[in-house]
Design a protein around this ligand. Structure first.
Ligand code: XIL
Length: 335
């Protein structure tokens, strides 16, 4: 029988993954899977391969594109496209820090803005820094990226009381934090798809309602936005039942939608029941995309369980030995 190649089954949509230069070429089995199964890559943020601020502009106006360039080169060599990630993002608030090692928490917290991008800058200085950062990165990658998560994780977890997270952008710019970044991105590159990406907005709930009205306002006011990304970092069995309906309502605003960072965290033993539930969860997410018009593709956050950002999570469709798990077949089936 012919091998299952998900990127082919996904057409006309794409099947993507977070790509990591730490493992590319160094781990043969990883490189083999990522080369054959995926038609989209998002640079993950380890050591040097990401497009997050801290590594790409560590000192003001000193840019380092080494890692990002390597992902772009690799993706091209396997005929895959690239989603950039990300500009406006401050602190990754861990949803359940108890399941993560202290080292990882430190790393996740440190892994966003460069130290020089801090509250000591005036609003004008920060504005210039943001503009220069976005324009330099998008000019460098002109024509080479399919999309960019210009905005990541900006909606508050305390809706409806608060709309945006309290971070450097909202402290300095208030309500126009997101429009600023979106506009700088559009001014620089008319063709790249500019995205607002978030977690906790996958189902119909208070947070996604807030995102929905923010985006409706942007469209009304002519603030540029092409797509909404739904991260989909879920715990086992907790994919919201309203995910397809929710994605469709954003699509109905005239936007693309995408699933951007799926993993399904078992938080427990990997027995047959858990593996079957994990497969079901992946199926539900992919099926939601397939049944939503304008859902352009599904990206999972890694390839195999040994290289996930979530330690001991057993979260991905390939196990640590790089063998396909039930989730792999479920994804193939749903596409
Ligand atoms: C994670 C990376 O996978 C880790 O390597 C890094 O240490 C922390 O960030 N939401 C996002 C991604 O938007 O950028 C995060 O990626 C995972 C959660």
């Amino acid at each position: 029988s012919r091998p299952i190649i998900i990127r082919n089954l996904a057409r006309p949509r794409y099947f993507g993954t977070a790509a990591n230069t730490t493992f590319l070429y160094n781990d043969q089995a990883y490189t083999q899977i990522i080369s054959t199964q995926f038609s989209m890559m998002t640079p993950e943020n380890d050591s040097m391969n990401f497009l997050k601020w801290e590594n790409i502009e560590p000192q003001q106006n000193v840019f380092n594109f080494t890692g990002g360039d390597e992902i772009v080169r690799f993706a091209k060599s396997v005929n895959a496209r690239v989603r950039g990630h990300t500009f406006e993002w401050q602190v990754y608030e861990l949803l359940d820090s108890s399941s993560l090692s202290k080292r990882l928490i430190m790393k996740a917290r440190g892994n966003q803005l460069a130290p020089w991008v801090n509250d000591s800058l005036t609003a004008t200085q920060l504005d210039r820094a943001l503009e220069n950062h976005i324009k330099t990165v998008l000019n460098h990658y002109r024509g080479q990226l399919y999309a960019f998560d210009v905005i990541n994780e900006m909606i508050s977890d305390n809706t409806p009381n608060e709309t945006f997270k309290d971070n450097i952008w909202t402290r300095k710019f208030g309500e126009i934090a997101m429009p600023k970044a979106l506009q700088y991105a559009r001014e620089t590159d008319k063709n790249i798809k500019i995205y607002i990406n978030d977690y906790g907005t996958e189902g119909i709930n208070s947070k996604s309602d807030t995102l929905y009205s923010v985006v409706q306002g942007f469209i009304r006011d002519g603030v540029p936005v092409d797509g909404i990304g739904f991260q989909c970092h879920f715990y086992l069995g907790q994919v919201p039942t309203t995910i397809a309906e929710n994605m469709q309502r954003f699509a109905d605003l005239g936007l693309d939608v995408a699933v951007t960072e799926v993993d399904i965290n078992m938080r427990g033993p990997e027995n047959e029941t858990a593996l079957a539930q994990q497969a079901q969860d992946y199926w539900t997410i992919v099926n939601a995309c397939v049944s939503t018009n304008r859902c352009v593709g599904v990206t999972i956050w890694g390839v195999s369980d040994d290289h996930s950002w979530l330690p001991n999570g057993n979260v991905l469709p390939w196990n640590a030995q790089k063998q396909p798990k039930p989730a792999f077949y479920a994804i193939a089936d749903a596409f």
